[in-house]
Design a protein around this ligand. Structure first.
Ligand SMILES: [Cu+2]
Length: 158
């Protein structure tokens, strides 16, 4: 084997090694936990600009239990997380979103409450909220503003 052949072999081997490494780095072995997904998000058309409720189902497809810890929106500076006990609403600091499970925010149960609105949305409008979690990254959600009848039970509770 002469010197020239040896050099070619060396080049070929390093190329193979380089390709192998770059192939591995893109394989995504450490994939992030799936982000929570939200379905059926809506806000019944508010009666006035004092308060509004929001309902949705938050699904956690990951193996890690999480918590909904806060909600923000351009529509209000004071959003609260409420649960309903003995037909009375009370503010809670967080709600569980179980691993491989879901958190249902629905009439007569847990829900998001806007206290004080900067404007009064009408049926057909969209209201953006951002959900904050203990573990997952924040999730932006668009609420469809629906007919007031959607909120009959809820507004009675107030
Ligand atoms: Cu409430």
């Amino acid at each position: 084997m002469n010197a020239r052949t040896t050099r070619r072999l060396t080049v070929a081997l390093s190329l193979t090694a380089a390709l192998g490494i770059s192939g591995c780095s893109g394989s995504g072995d450490e994939a992030a936990e799936p982000a929570p997904t939200v379905s059926g998000a809506f806000m019944p058309e508010p009666v006035n600009d004092k308060m509004a409720g929001a309902f949705m189902v938050i699904k956690n497809g990951s193996k890690t239990a999480d918590k909904l810890t806060g909600v923000t929106s351009p529509l209000s500076d004071d959003l609260q997380i409420h649960e309903t006990k003995d037909q009375k609403m009370q503010q809670v600091p967080a709600l569980d979103v179980p691993a491989n499970g879901e958190l249902r925010l629905e009439r007569g149960g847990s829900h998001i409450m806007f206290m004080g609105l900067k404007s009064t949305p009408k049926v057909g409008d969209k209201v953006t909220v951002e959900l904050r979690f203990a573990k997952a990254d924040p999730v932006k959600v668009e609420l469809d503003v629906k007919e007031r009848t959607y909120t009959a039970q809820h507004s009675n509770a107030h």
